[in-house]
Design a protein around this ligand. Structure first.
Ligand code: G6P
Ligand code: ZN
Length: 583
């Protein structure tokens, strides 16, 4: 069929500045006339023409509520803007890491490659008619658009006057694999719907030794559980864990993607992944059933992960350090060594100790995956991670929840090479972590989140903390007044980062109080919320003495928690006597 293009007049809509990971708002905001259209056109206008005209674009996401409508709108606008073809995962489903993989790896029948893609997700935020929707643009390296582009998009949203759209293009059936071809004023336009998992599974098989993981999963000594929290990870879990690796069907929890995530909050942490937490023996009450040896969960768009052992929580900061320490022997992709490792600033320094001991290049970057992407493109970093349940490698340019699970399964398979057959005891997740602490020391770590706080008050709290930094002796007097058993603050600053690749400088990336014994307090405002402000407080204490690495985390950290709350006047500013979430 031949479609026509019409120009629609519009006017700027306030508040379309993309955050850390794109534009995230309530669905009702996105449903306002022209809201999505303005943002999509502002993105097209921010790209160089060859990334639009004649280009191939990926459009998909975590399948949350409003995704179907959004995909059809973007298809019509892509057609009108002269895009040559749009690639859509079946039922609009592609995990964020899979989009990155598809952009980097997939070739069309005629050899075409994608130059970018729209990811439709609000990540770990709830979905549904009264919840969140989101959109972000990824570039041809498969990573999120850099600030130079997102700034341009934002500027464009402030001046937009019109957008072209192919209104009469029929609704494309995205539930069936196949190509729909159309003809427009600028020539051919195709929409190709493809299997959501194929390209991603192929990539995972090129990284990991599936045979050895299969052997682990089929051992009677091992048991496994995966919770997709009704997010898009469900579109991969059955294929990878059951079909490819032989896990039991019953080891999959909440693995049917739902547009409202079953009413849950699809964030894999000890608070929200309730079902998994209970099954792993970490719930408030005992289920009476022996927990599996290994458990993991993903967020809505499957880039985050939480790793659990039997009755045992692995902090994300420890997880990346342990993966880095074991990658070379356990994961074929890394057999020639690691190019370097990196963590975000608020992530604990567990990775630093591994990097030092293995003599690896090491980088501390601001929060947000895009900073890792630059290092990876420059061949400086192989493995990286964040405290916010993100772990990944340079196989793509997003964090990767299922990759992290496969990395852990690979390490377990490697450590258990000799124990799976015969009577020897299984080396468990907990064994691996405790041994790691004994070798490298332990970074006791916790994060307190104060969600949906009044934005003005949050800003005042941050200003108060910055002001305090000018008088460290005063701060130390206060510290000693609160707890005499805590080390002195040696320095305090606002974290600033100069990207070693492009020289760009990112300021105001979090307020740090660094203690003489290596302990740290970090305060930041979340960049991903959609309402009010969220204050994050990160608390960390390093213990080198192997005889003291087995304490309860909250007990070890309680002096520092006390200091942090009093120093920041948390309750005074926020009116909250307790955080919303503790991880
Ligand atoms: C997203 C990004 C992560 C980042 C996180 C921070 O998930 O992809 O790279 O760590 O946001 O979120 P926050 O709410 O702390 O700004
Ligand atoms: Zn996510």
């Amino acid at each position: 069929m031949v479609f026509k293009v019409s120009l629609v007049s519009t006017s700027p809509i306030d508040g379309q500045k993309p955050g850390t990971s794109g534009l995230r708002k309530k669905v009702k905001v996105f449903k306002q006339p022209n809201y999505l259209h303005n943002f999509v056109q502002s993105t097209f206008n921010a790209l160089t023409p060859e990334k639009v005209k004649g280009a191939t674009l990926v459009v998909s996401g975590d399948g949350r509520y409003y995704s179907n409508d959004a995909v059809q709108i973007i298809i019509k606008m892509a057609a009108a803007n002269g895009v040559r073809r749009v690639w859509v995962g079946k039922n609009t489903l592609l995990s964020t890491p899979a989009v990155s993989a598809v952009i980097r790896e997939r070739s069309g029948a005629d050899g075409s490659k994608a130059t970018g893609g729209f990811i439709l997700t609000a990540s770990h935020n709830p979905g549904g008619p009264t919840e969140d929707f989101g959109i972000k643009y990824n570039m041809e390296n498969g990573g999120p658009a850099p600030e130079s582009i997102t700034d341009k998009i934002y500027e464009n949203t402030k001046t937009i006057k019109e957008y072209p759209i192919a209104e009469d293009l029929p609704i494309v059936d995205i539930s069936a694999i196949g190509v729909s071809s159309f003809e427009g004023p600028e020539g051919k336009f195709d929409v190709e719907v493809f299997d959501s998992a194929d390209d991603y599974v192929k990539l995972m098989k090129s990284i990991f030794d599936f045979e050895s993981i299969r052997k682990l999963l089929s051992s009677p000594k091992f048991s496994f559980c995966y919770d997709a929290m009704h997010g898009v990870a469900g579109a991969y879990a059955h294929r990878i864990f059951v079909e490819e690796l032989g896990a039991q069907e019953s080891s999959l929890l909440n693995c049917v993607p739902k547009e409202d995530f079953g009413g849950g909050h699809p964030d894999p942490n000890l608070t929200y992944a309730k079902e998994l937490v209970a099954r792993m023996g970490l719930g408030k009450s005992d289920t009476g059933v022996e927990p599996p040896e290994f458990g993991a969960a993903a967020d809505g768009d499957a880039d985050r992960n939480m790793i659990l052992g039997k009755r045992f929580f692995v902090t994300p900061s420890d997880s990346v350090a342990i993966i880095a320490a074991n990658a070379v022997g356990a994961i074929p992709y890394f057999s020639t060594g690691l190019k370097g490792v990196a963590r975000s600033m608020p992530t604990s320094a567990a990775l630093d100790v591994v990097a030092k001991s293995l003599n690896l290049k090491f980088f501390e970057v601001p929060t947000g995956w895009k900073f890792f992407g630059n290092l990876m493109d420059a061949g400086m970093c192989s493995v990286c991670g964040e405290e916010s349940f993100g772990t990944g490698s340079d196989h793509i340019r997003e964090k990767d929840g299922i990759w992290a699970v496969l990395a852990w399964l690979s390490i377990l398979a490697h450590k258990n090479k000799e124990t799976l057959d015969g009577d020897a005891k299984l080396v468990t997740v907990e064994d691996i972590v405790r041994k790691h602490w004994a070798t490298y020391g332990r970074h006791y770590y916790t994060r307190y989140d104060y969600e949906n706080v009044d934005a003005g008050k949050a800003k005042e709290l941050m200003e108060h903390l910055v002001k305090l930094q000018s008088t460290i002796p005063e701060v130390n007097k206060m510290v000693k007044g609160i707890r005499s058993d805590v080390a002195n603050v040696s320095s305090a600053d606002e974290f600033e980062y100069k990207d070693p690749v492009d020289g760009s400088i990112s300021k105001h990336q979090g307020i740090r109080y660094l203690f003489e014994d290596g302990s740290r307090l970090v305060f930041r405002l979340s960049g991903t919320g959609s309402e009010g402000a969220t204050i994050r407080l990160y608390i960390e204490q390093y213990e080198k003495d192997a005889s003291k690495t087995g304490r309860e985390s909250h007990e070890a950290l309680s002096p520092l928690v006390d200091i942090a709350l009093k120093l920041s006047k948390m309750e005074e500013f926020t009116g909250r006597s307790a955080p919303t979430v503790i991880t």
